[in-house]
Design a protein around this ligand. Structure first.
Ligand code: NAD
Length: 337
């Protein structure tokens, strides 16, 4: 492998094309070599536009010795199938979120990652915003004191046409859930990264503003964290109004409120001033992080185990919504010696 790893992109829909664009932008940390989609016409068109080679499907791309790493951007419920094949073919994998739609499927990916010795990271680009990096530092250093509570609101709007735009959208098998699994997972990951493991969740789910889908478009969760802190979490695709994604983290010595990354309130007993934050291309920042991990410089910021924890939280929420009972998320797998 040269300093700039050679990439393939598998799955050339909405987000896969963005990865293709990013990899072919001057200064990108990787080089695009090949693309694949289940629709060979799509692969041919994208390959021609971006100067890559079209492969007739994932297997053909994975058999290419000139590909070091792949971005996997197929529907969520196919992530294990493609990511496991990629790891077993010796490729490093940057996998779109969520890692998979069940903990059991995520575990197949973790097992393949272990036996392959390759790097796997999962898209969770919001962690790369400067404000969220700062928040992580502030919480880790204890500058908010003991974290006592948090609220997260991912109150979005998705049209009926959005759900109708792909047969996989809004299905249990391939989307794995609705507002929480597809959209809210970003903030689930952020909350767990900042606040630690979750001890128990209790949830209500509803399908309130869409039709013809199997999953929720509105979900509320109350959770108790291992640390003792309490959290509420709202995720919806039924909230028209272009609302910001809000997160509040409250502690015994300070509190922070963010709106779509922007820190709108920061108040601590130390009366610290906020540094200046620059906007970041979060997905490009994650690509750089992934490539650094592929080069062996460090572990990726978003690990497979952490991405699995987000799915364990979401799976517990859905079980609670179905049963009306509090649910303990699946524990982390035992560390391998
Ligand atoms: N990180 C983010 O912010 C973000 C944003 C959007 C989507 N996503 C994730 O990306 C994934 C794809 O979402 P999307 O909105 O781009 O979906 P999409 O339907 O627009 O694209 C999926 C593509 O995968 C192709 N495909 C399906 N099965 C395949 C297979 N077996 N082999 C090769 N190609 C296959 C389809 O033909 C399609 O072109 C999902 O997991 C989604 O959660 C992440």
């Amino acid at each position: 492998m040269t300093d700039t790893p050679a990439f393939g992109v598998i799955g050339l829909g909405v987000i896969g094309r963005q990865h293709v664009q990013r990899l072919t932008t001057p200064g990108a940390p990787g080089r695009l070599v090949a693309v694949a989609d289940q629709h060979t016409g799509t692969a041919a068109a994208v390959a021609a536009e971006y100067g890559a080679e079209a492969c007739p499907g994932a297997a053909a791309l994975l058999s290419r010795p000139d590909v070091d790493a792949v971005v996997v951007a197929v529907p969520s419920g196919l992530h294990a199938e493609v990511a496991v094949a990629a790891l077993d073919a010796g490729k490093h994998v940057l996998l779109e979120k969520p890692i998979e739609v069940t903990v059991a499927a995520a575990d197949e990916i973790l097992a393949a990652e272990r036996r392959s010795g390759r790097v796997l990271s999962v898209a969770s680009q919001r962690r790369f915003a400067q404000e969220n990096q700062y928040l992580k530092q502030v919480v880790t250093e204890g500058r908010l004191g003991r974290i006592t509570s948090a609220t997260v609101e991912v109150a979005l709007w998705r049209t009926q046409e959005y759900y109708d735009s792909g047969a996989w959208r809004g299905t249990w098998a391939l989307d794995g859930g609705g507002a929480l699994m597809n959209q809210g997972v970003h903030l689930v990951d952020l909350a767990l990264w900042l606040l630690g493991d979750v001890a128990e969740v209790y949830a209500h789910t509803g399908l309130l503003a869409h039709e013809g889908i199997e999953v929720e478009d509105t979900v509320t969760v109350t959770a108790r964290l291992r640390s003792g802190a309490l959290m509420t979490f709202l995720a919806s695709t039924s909230a028209y109004g272009d609302l910001p994604i809000r997160m509040s983290v409250m502690g015994s010595r300070g509190s922070v409120v963010t709106e779509s990354e922007r820190i709108v309130r920061f108040h601590t007993t130390a009366e610290e001033a906020l540094p200046a934050f620059a906007p970041v291309d979060q997905q490009l920042a994650q690509l750089h992080d992934f490539v650094a991990a592929v080069r062996g410089e460090r572990a990726p910021l978003v690990t497979a185990a952490q991405a699995r924890a987000a799915v364990a939280f979401i799976e517990a929420v859905y079980e609670s919504g179905r049963t009306g009972r509090p649910v303990v998320p699946a524990p982390a797998p035992a560390p391998v010696r």
